[in-house]
Design a protein around this ligand. Sequence first.
Ligand code: DGL
Length: 350
Amino acid sequence: MKLIKLFATLALTLAVCLSLEAKPKIRIIATGGTIAGVSSTSASSAYTAGQVGIQTLLDAVPQILNLAEVDGEQLVNIGSQDMNDEVWLKLAKRVNQLLNEEGYDGVVITHGTDTMEETAYFLNLTVKSDKPVVLAGSMRPSNAISADGPANLYNAVAAAVSPACKGMGVLCCMNNQLLDAKTVIKTHTIDCDTFEGGPSGIIGYVYNGEAYILQTPNNKHTVNSIFDVSKITKFPKVGIVYGYANASPLPMQAFVDANFDGIVLAGVGDGNFYKDVFEVAVKAQNQGIQIVRSSRCPTGPTCLNSEVDDEKYHFVASLSHNPQKARILLMLALTKTHDWQEIQQFFKEY
Ligand code: DGL
């Protein structure tokens, strides 16, 4: 009889221990943005980004502690219009350290929305883990009426602890939606529903603390990416030139004169140049500056050898990359090769 009681006690203890099993460990890295912004009056749209620190953000959402063991660090506190290569390098190296050396199960990055899509894509190509990395921001400052930051942060942690988000690449979590790093784009200057997922739409959504994945990205990313920034301290210089009727060749000439390594054209239509700009582009390519044709059109691919004979000029067509994403991929591609055909292959794969 005593033996039965002992076994029953042991079984009950085990059950209680299992029910208290440790929650996933999530690190939140704060970089600033509107989510950390403060407006002079909660009704005003005038505000300054990057004002409050990580602890204030966490204090606003105590429910996060029901989802995970969370701690945070402030990497920088800037408006994301000031995001730069130095922060990107620090961020990628820190995320890899947290996920591969410090035992974290996921990382959430709070970030301004202006360049969130760029940071997400850069990390998609440089993070060396399949654990969830989720960016969150807000369109209203932290002290605004109906601030959207706390819910976005809570949902981002819910995604970061979700096994469904493992292996999806870097994600953005805004307005209950999950968007993948390659297709995410900010489409509206002030709307909370500003982010869209391009032609393929959103990758999933978060609701009631649960993440649901609707589709899987088909491009290479994270652990399948050839790009490694662990030993990089400086990136190749790549600029973007905007195309329009009667465009001046001066901006492209300025990049050439400044010895840039690559130039992306945000061209008209299917990545077309104004004739004066085209002439500078051909000279630039011939002196070893890689030209990538992209488009100012919000949707549709920039196709290889369409109205422009890329084969003849050794231009790269950006395919499904808009100018800001094409710039990031070209910058990283140039750390590997200057061969236009090898770079074109990267645009097909990533
Ligand atoms: N300054 C902009 C930024 O940090 C504000 C936009 C926002 O975060 O929503 O990206």
